[in-house]
Design a protein around this ligand. Structure first.
Ligand SMILES: Nc1nc2c(ncn2[C@@H]2O[C@H](COP(=O)(O)OP(=O)(O)O)[C@@H](O)[C@H]2O)c(=O)[nH]1
Ligand SMILES: [Mg+2]
Length: 389
């Protein structure tokens, strides 16, 4: 856990036809051979990821993609992968070779990028001795020679200028507790907790609170009461795993502000208003309605799994009969999302903000309400008035 999680890095992706010099450019920028460079079209197949520090932006991840003009059987699959990458991209770099004489392919890229609301800049890769083509679209553009190390300083500067200056990951707790405040974290280390480490939201929130000079105490649920008894003051804020919201609600005095890791994360990853609105749709569910339970990453499900057992059980009690739920893991939604009455999404600690926002807008486009696990649990336990967000 020493590395900045990929989800908190600015995602910079390279798009463009095969042999335009994308991989060469990425390798030069990263200062190492990350992506295979070759003049055989379609050498880069799966997207290639390289994390690095790009100061003053900070931690970034560079993503190399395959060209869309690859006509092999795998072409269609690559297109899907390309779209998947676009949906998490904060800054797209469209690489155009100076040898290019017509720009239909580039226009296809641009319309796909626009559709996915991706900020885009152009690089014209000047192959030796070539003149520079005139582009039929206007975007911030840099000319360079991808195989020339001396051009990399210009390229870095170009990226820095065009990266969103507001990319800073905002604090999740600033509106709930002041520096110096006392915060109690309730973190069950049950069988689902990974062996020997804390999960990402717990690590991130702890780190943020320490950065903000709060005083942090962590307990498992059995130690809530003993800890409260020895404290000379009440905590200014309690942050719990949302799976035990109900128990914590019964244990923590009602005058102490209470929230959960996933609720704090949803402010940071996406748009909490959309999730709060989405939660209201739970009330309209009827037995048999289709509900999509969406996990961003795959993990081995254990007994008591939140997505497969806890949430379905809670929903069944709330709705008054079993709903027809489907669990889907992975970066994107399944094909048929219009069929669902509701989407319950995990906290999304492993995906970046851009990725979550893309999903919210896709759900919105299909008119399907979406909320996240923590808010759904709070809602079904009648705790919406009780929680702070
Ligand atoms: N002469 C020259 N060759 C380049 C330049 N950039 C890339 N190449 C070559 O063009 C071919 C394709 O480059 P690559 O980076 O793999 O392109 P990609 O398919 O867009 O990733 C390779 O043989 C590179 O060595 C350049 O600026 N000048
Ligand atoms: Mg390549």
């Amino acid at each position: 856990m020493q590395e900045t999680p990929r989800a908190n890095r600015l995602h910079i992706s390279f798009f463009g036809r095969t042999n335009s010099g994308k991989s060469t450019l990425l390798n030069q920028l990263a200062g190492q051979q990350v992506s295979v460079v070759s003049d055989v079209s379609g050498t880069t197949t799966d997207p290639v990821y390289k994390s690095m520090e790009l100061l003053p932006i900070g931690p970034v991840v560079l993503i190399d993609t395959a060209g869309l003009d690859d006509s092999t059987e795998l072409g269609e699959l690559r297109k899907e992968k390309t779209i998947e990458v676009m949906r998490k991209t904060d800054l797209a770099i469209l690489v155009i070779s100076s040898r290019c004489t017509e720009f239909s392919e580039e226009k296809t890229y641009l319309s796909m990028l626009e559709e996915n609301h991706v900020k885009t800049v152009c690089v014209i890769n000047r192959f030796d001795g070539d003149s520079i083509p005139v582009l039929p679209f206007s975007l911030p553009t840099l000319e360079l020679n991808a195989s020339c190390p001396a051009d990399m300083a210009k390229f870095k500067q170009f990226i820095i200028q065009n990266a969103d200056s507001d990319f800073e990951i905002p604090f999740m707790t600033a509106h709930l507790v002041q520096p110096g405040g006392l915060v109690m974290l309730i973190m069950p280390q049950d069988i689902q907790a990974p062996k020997g480490r804390l999960i990402l939201p717990q690590v991130q929130i702890t780190r943020e609170l320490l950065d903000r000079h709060c005083r942090v105490i962590s307990v498992t649920p059995d130690n809530i009461v003993p800890m409260l008894e020895i404290l000379k003051q009440s905590p200014d804020l309690v942050i719990t795993d949302s799976q035990i919201f109900r128990l914590v609600n019964e244990t923590i005095p009602s005058n102490i502000p209470l929230t959960s890791f996933s609720i704090l994360l949803s402010e940071n990853k996406g748009d909490i208003q959309t999730f709060l609105e989405g939660a209201k749709a739970i009330r309209t569910l009827r037995p048999g309605d289709k509900v999509l339970i969406m996990e961003a990453c795959t993990h081995h499900a254990l007994d008591g799994d939140i997505a497969r057992q806890k949430l379905p059980k809670l929903m069944e009690q709330f709705v008054g009969g079993p709903v027809s739920y489907e669990v889907h893991s992975g970066p994107g939604f399944p094909q048929n999302i219009g069929d669902y009455k509701l989407i319950l999404h995990c906290g999304g600690c492993m995906i970046n903000r851009k990725n979550m926002l893309s999903k919210l807008s896709e759900a919105q486009q299909y008119g399907v309400p979406i909320t996240n696990f923590g808010i759904a649990i709070a809602y079904m336990n009648g705790m919406m008035e009780r929680i702070s967000y």
